[in-house]
Design a protein around this ligand. Sequence first.
Ligand code: RP5
Length: 161
Amino acid sequence: MADSRFVAIIVGSRSDLEVVQKGADTLEKLGVAHELRVISAHRAPDLLESYVAGALGRGVAAFICAAGLAAHLPGVVASKTTLPVIGLPMPGQLAGGLDALLAIVQMPKGVPVATVGIGQAENAAILAAQMIGLSDPAVAEAVKNHRAEARKQIEDDPTNQ
Ligand code: RP5
């Protein structure tokens, strides 16, 4: 997809795709255009650089970058743009993904990455939609409706009576 005002989702490995799919589905539901690429910051740094530059030229609004282990992908993308970068740590074998969470959240001053919880792909998508919603009333409304649906599900849950 190559719409203007789209979200670019980049994952470090095909092994991340299953976790990230929920985020792509949520963006779809919220009416936010997006595209998904598998590009490792370590194994394909030149491709990553050219993809980010190309996305900037095509009107990307925000990046969601998912990575595990050393998890440098979100920080490297953030170093190439002043647009918002949302970091999504992947679950892993070391303390359930704490390695990736700390690697992504502990950015040096001046180059932030907005980091969501380990494996919280839906939250990454909602956060991206909230950013786009600042200038797109239809997306802002979709985010409100999504929140209201979640609230109603809890309120209507018979086990809560
Ligand atoms: C990271 O290393 C990826 O984001 C993935 O979470 C992790 C493992 O990658 P594979 O060895 O499965 O390709 O770069």
